[in-house]
Design a protein around this ligand. Structure first.
Ligand code: HEC
Length: 333
């Protein structure tokens, strides 16, 4: 058999992006398709890392975010690393201060990496990087998107409304009463002071405009109003979430019999130990993560203490409650 055809057939069999790829391989995703990082690759990455990760920890050039990104974005990119040919590798040229692209050197700044090594600031030598590339086998890069890659999305306005109802122990009835217009059921706002928030397309339809305006300000869309959804973190969204979270937290804390924030028997005092126990509970309740002692202490000192007065803990509890709702881990998933 012609060697070329043989290679084609072999690579067809070995490749994992094809239609015929066995289910098991597909399920394993990225790991099954691209060359994994060798221990020497990991050592090189660790050596370079302190001088690079400040600018390369995320995004399309987030080489130093993890071993996987280093391998997938840099090592498997022949434009940067050419196995067996250090001299043809842009990475080496960048380290030596003779890059051929938009940048002459990495790190950007006064000194090239090679100079940092000469100064003793960096310990991994360029010779070691060259030797690593010299001995590197051909790398296979997976062209498919990684199904496990983290994707970040902001909660939609509807998701926020639902999550807040649930986490704060509030419900439709706290904001609306039933009304009728020409025989059509409507939701009558109990008052704009409560900051009702409801999609205009909801049934029963909110009767007051302000409820829909607040919903749109949070980025919610509507077919009826011909407004498209906006999932960006625009200023109107941040402002509205701040107002709604504070107002609704106050409402939830004032609601008699509400177990959502303080279940029966949980002390609601200004005693530091009680407060910190609550903050720990709320970090799980709102964010699904357990705050460390240091995080709890910081939140207590920075948010709770300045808002508490000797006679009234309410503003302080409202402050920390809405802190969790404006936390990036609450807003983005
Ligand atoms: C002060 C910030 C900074 C530091 C530190 C830094 N880089 Fe960069 N790097 C950049 C920027 C900015 C770009 C261009 C980004 C772009 O085009 O999106 C870049 C691009 C690159 C590229 C792509 C070059 C190309 O021609 O496409 C590589 C490879 C790279 N850096 C490697 C490194 C390595 C390795 C280190 C550590 C030795 C490092 N960088 C340190 C800011 C930095």
């Amino acid at each position: 058999m012609n060697r070329f055809i043989f290679l084609l057939v072999m690579s067809g069999l070995l490749s994992c992006g094809g239609e015929g790829a066995p289910q098991a391989l597909r399920a394993q995703g990225q790991a099954a398709c691209s060359t994994p990082a060798t221990s020497e690759t990991v050592r090189i990455m660790q050596g370079l890392k302190p001088h690079c990760e400040g600018c390369h920890a995320q995004g399309a050039r987030g080489y130093f975010a993890s071993t996987e990104t280093f391998q997938a974005l840099l090592v498997s990119d022949v434009r940067m690393v050419k196995p067996g040919s250090p001299d043809d590798s842009e990475l080496v040229r960048l380290l030596e201060g003779r890059g051929t692209g938009a940048f002459k050197q990495m790190p950007i700044g006064q000194k090239s990496y090679a100079q940092l090594v000469a100064d003793g600031t960096a310990t991994l030598s360029v010779a070691e990087v060259r030797a690593w590339i010299q001995g590197l086998a051909t790398q296979q890069r997976d062209s498919r998107p990684d199904p496990d890659a983290p994707r970040i999305t902001r909660l939609s306005a509807t998701q926020m409304q639902r999550a807040l109802y649930q986490q704060l122990g509030l419900s439709h009835e706290d904001f609306f009463t039933a009304a009728n217009e020409y025989g059509i059921p409507m939701a009558e706002s109990r008052g704009d002071d409560f900051y009702p928030l409801q999609p205009p397309d909801a049934l029963p339809t909110p009767r007051q405009n302000a409820t829909a305006e607040r919903y749109h300000a949070l980025g919610g869309g509507s077919v009826l109003n011909q407004v498209s959804q906006d999932r960006s973190a625009a200023p109107s969204f941040v402002l509205t979430l701040t107002q709604v979270s504070q107002r609704w937290c106050r409402r939830a804390l004032a609601k008699t019999g509400n177990q959502a924030l303080f279940s029966t028997g949980t002390p609601r005092t200004a005693n530091p130990e009680d407060v910190k126990a609550t903050l720990r509970r709320w970090s799980l309740h709102f964010l699904g993560e357990r705050f460390t002692d240091a995080q709890v202490e910081a939140l207590y000192q920075d948010v709770f203490v300045p808002l508490a007065t000797p006679t009234d803990t309410e503003p302080a509890y409202v402050g920390v409650c809405s802190y969790f709702i404006r936390h990036p881990h609450w807003i983005f998933y």
